[in-house]
Design a protein around this ligand. Structure first.
Ligand SMILES: NC(=O)C1=CN([C@@H]2O[C@H](COP(=O)(O)OP(=O)(O)OC[C@H]3O[C@@H](n4cnc5c(N)ncnc54)[C@H](OP(=O)(O)O)[C@@H]3O)[C@@H](O)[C@H]2O)C=CC1
Ligand SMILES: O=C(O)[C@@H]1CCC=N1
Length: 264
C-alpha cells in the first residue's frame, strides 16, 4: 500500500487529481495525507479516513510519495528533507534541479495536468529525473491516468511548453468562446442565449473533434471544400491571421513557464 502525502491536496488541482484516484482505489484513504495551512479542507467527506494536517513534516513522515501542489509563491515556506521519497510536482515554474536542491530529493517526477482533471479529462505530460525507478514511473502513470490521459515526455523544455498548451485547461478556449459570445451580442443576440449556444457549440464541437478520425486540419479542409458559409468564415479568419495571436499567447505563457524553471 503506497503511502501518499499531497501538500496543498485540498486546492483546486490537488483535489481534482485525488478524487478520481480515491474513487478508483488507486490511493487508499487510510494511506493518504493531505495538508493545508488551515489543516482542514472540504471535499474528502466520502473518504473520512483521509488524514488531514497543517504539518508538512507530519505529512512527510507518513508518506512514501510526496506530491507538491501549492502555488509557486507558497513553495519557499515549505522546508522538508524528502530524501529517499518519490517527489511528484504538479507545479508550474519549478524545475527538477530546484526541487532536488530544496528537498534533497533524487527521485522526482514533474507533471503538468490541467483543470479538466476533475472531469477525468486532463492531458497530463510528465517527466522523470534519472534516479526515478520503473515502479515510481508506473505509479505516476496510473495516478495521472485516473484523471485523464497521461503521457511520458523527456525534457523540461517540452513540459514548459505543455504548461502553456494544455496546462491552461479551459482558459484559452474560454477566451475564444467569449469572443464569439461578444460578437453574437453585438449582432443583437440576447446574452444568455448566446452564452448557452456557445457552451453547447464547444461541447458538441469538442466531442466531434475528439472522436473524429480526421485531424483538426482535415476538419477545417472539409468545411473549406464544402464552400459554404463556414468556408467564408474560415477564409476571413485566415486572412485576418488568426494563427498569429494564438501563437503569441502560447509563446508568452510558455516563456513565463520557462523563465520560472530557469530561476534558482
Ligand atoms: N489550477 C490549475 O489549473 C493548474 C495548476 N497547476 C499547478 O498546481 C499548483 C497548485 O495550483 P492550484 O491547485 O490551482 O492552487 P490552489 O491555490 O487552489 O491550491 C493550493 C493549495 O495549497 C495550499 N497551501 C498553500 N501553502 C501551503 C503550505 N505551506 N502547506 C500546505 N498547503 C499549502 C492552499 O491551502 P491553504 O490556503 O488552506 O493553505 C491551497 O489549497 C500550482 O503550482 C500550479 O502551478 C498546474 C496545472 C493546472
Ligand atoms: O496559470 C497557471 O499558472 C497554472 C499553471 C498551469 C495552469 N495553470
Amino acid at each position: 500500500m503506497t503511502r501518499v502525502g499531497v501538500i496543498g491536496g485540498g486546492g483546486w488541482l490537488g483535489k481534482a487529481l485525488l478524487l478520481p484516484a480515491l474513487a478508483d482505489g488507486l490511493i487508499v484513504e487510510e494511506a493518504l495525507t493531505v495538508s493545508s495551512r488551515s489543516g482542514a479542507v472540504a471535499g474528502f467527506e466520502p473518504w473520512p479516513h483521509v488524514r488531514q494536517t497543517n504539518s508538512n513534516a507530519e505529512l512527510a513522515a507518513n508518506a512514501d510519495v510526496v506530491v507538491l501542489s501549492v502555488r509557486p509563491q507558497d513553495l519557499d515556506a515549505i522546508a522538508l528533507d524528502l530524501s529517499g521519497k518519490l517527489v511528484i510536482s504538479v507545479m508550474a515554474m519549478v524545475s527538477l534541479d530546484d526541487l532536488a536542491t530544496r528537498f534533497k530529493a533524487r527521485r522526482i517526477i514533474r507533471a503538468m495536468p490541467n483543470a479538466a482533471a476533475e472531469k477525468r479529462l486532463s492531458f497530463t505530460p510528465w517527466l522523470a529525473s534519472p534516479d526515478v525507478t520503473d515502479a515510481d514511473c508506473a505509479f505516476a502513470d496510473r495516478f495521472f491516468n485516473a484523471s485523464g490521459q497521461a503521457r511520458r515526455i523527456t525534457t523540461e523544455a517540452e513540459l514548459d511548453y505543455f504548461t502553456a498548451l494544455t496546462g491552461s485547461g479551459p482558459a484559452f478556449l474560454a477566451a475564444f468562446a467569449d469572443a464569439m459570445i461578444s460578437d453574437a451580442v453585438t449582432k443583437g443576440i440576447e446574452h444568455g442565449i448566446a452564452e448557452r449556444a456557445v457552451r453547447q457549440l464547444f461541447l458538441g464541437g469538442s466531442a466531434l473533434m475528439a472522436g473524429s478520425e480526421q485531424t483538426p486540419a482535415e476538419i477545417v479542409q472539409t468545411f473549406l471544400d464544402y464552400a459554404g458559409t463556414t468556408a467564408a468564415g474560415l477564409e476571413a479568419m485566415a486572412a485576418a491571421d488568426i494563427r498569429t495571436p494564438i501563437a503569441h499567447g502560447l509563446t508568452a505563457a510558455a516563456a513565463k513557464a520557462a523563465a520560472g524553471t530557469r530561476r534558482q
